[in-house]
Design a protein around this ligand. Structure first.
Ligand SMILES: [Fe+2]
Length: 360
């Protein structure tokens, strides 16, 4: 419980000027974009979309992870699709070809480009890192190397300890939603709503309105107990396996949520859209199961679908109605309870980063 309630103006979710500042805040932040296991070997690659920017990530023969704008230096077409293994990336438009260090290595009609194709021509490289088992990029080419260790602080070793980044990626789904990016993130910042919004899904196996909260600078951690946690009350404490009875949610400032259990490591990458009332969420899941086994692969896919559909049809569906109500001006503010510390903390951290007047 926090010491008191907190009131937030509805305009925090609807104001255009504020929204532009927040977009810039997200654009400048180091971005967790996936699992280390998405680039398993030298020569592997994957593609991502981050704040609308197409990104190509590669692992070179030196084992290094690199990131590039997935944008051809000629006419801006994407040079790679999906993920896999490739030494060369051939633009589908005019066959300009790049290696996995982003360098232009050939293509037809070279005499047409006496200045564009001087030595050094290639894809625009972005800052990239592999840290705590996850892949990270920076969207601004001019920024220096990413210092994710400083960004995460003491959460870094804890995230690494889950080993989620080495689990098998089950896939990536997107939700283009008519909700402010912070309203999307708010749905992951309390379990007060489990018994109502998720009565027939998460609420059937996770407790409602009972959580452990810890802040780590601008990041936070919420620990949600499962209903089965009461089963161990009468058993000796040294026999407890706490992680079998918990969901641990990490909110990584400003726009990433990790939801970890012993069986699933979900990533939600939530990006501001083009207007205050739009956002896009990329949802990924990783599993410790062996996905070379077909039955395991089908099972993991079903678990991912279940989680995704619950977020889409329960949280985000309701959030869209909330966004419409906020934009209507019907009520000037909303209130976060003492039992919703994650909401207090997230909005406080965004306010602090923007130097904005805090909600009271
Ligand atoms: Fe929810």
């Amino acid at each position: 419980m926090t010491a008191s309630e907190r009131r937030l103006p509805a305009s925090a979710y609807t104001d255009s000027e504020r929204f532009e500042q927040e977009r810039e805040l997200v654009r400048r932040a180091p971005q967790l974009v996936g699992y280390r296991s998405e680039l398993p070997t030298p020569g592997s690659y994957c593609t991502k979309t981050v704040m609308d920017v197409p990104v190509l990530m590669t692992r070179g023969s030196d084992g290094q992870v690199r990131a590039f704008q997935n944008v051809c230096a000629h006419r801006a077409a994407p040079v790679a699709q999906g993920c896999g293994e490739a030494e060369r990336f051939v633009c589908p438009f005019h066959a300009w070809t790049y290696d996995n260090l982003g360098r232009y290595v050939g293509g037809p009609g070279r005499e047409g480009f006496p200045t564009a194709l001087t030595p050094g021509a290639g894809l625009t490289e972005l800052p990239a890192a592999e840290y705590a088992g996850f892949l990270w990029v920076g969207l601004r080419p001019q920024d220096g190397p990413l210092d994710i260790a400083s960004h995460l602080g003491e959460l870094g070793p804890e995230l690494a300890s889950w080993n989620v980044g080495s689990w098998s990626s089950v896939g990536e789904k997107s939700l283009d939603a008519p909700i402010n990016w912070k309203l999307a993130l708010d749905t992951f910042a309390e379990n007060y709503h489990f018994a109502t919004v998720h009565r027939d899904t998460f609420g059937s196996f996770a407790r409602s309105n009972c959580a452990l909260f810890d802040a780590y600078g601008p990041h936070h951690r919420l620990v949600f107990p499962l209903r089965n946690i009461t089963d161990i009350a009468d058993q000796p404490e040294d026999s407890w396996q706490p992680l079998n009875h918990l969901v641990v949610i990490y909110a990584l400032f400003p726009n990433i949520v990790l939801s970890c259990t012993v069986a699933n490591g979900e990533v939600f990458r939530v990006y501001p859209g083009q207007t205050p009332g739009q956002s896009i969420t990329y949802h990924q899941n990783a599993t410790p199961m062996d996905l070379t086994d077909e039955a395991m692969r089908i099972g993991a896919g079903e678990i991912f679908d279940y989680a995704h559909i619950s977020v889409r049809d329960e949280d985000y569906k309701l959030a869209a109605e909330i966004q419409r109500a906020l934009a209507s001006g019907a009520r000037p503010e909303l209130v976060f309870g003492r039992n919703e510390p994650g909401l207090h903390h997230r909005h406080g951290a965004v306010d602090a980063a923007l130097g904005a007047a805090p909600g009271v």
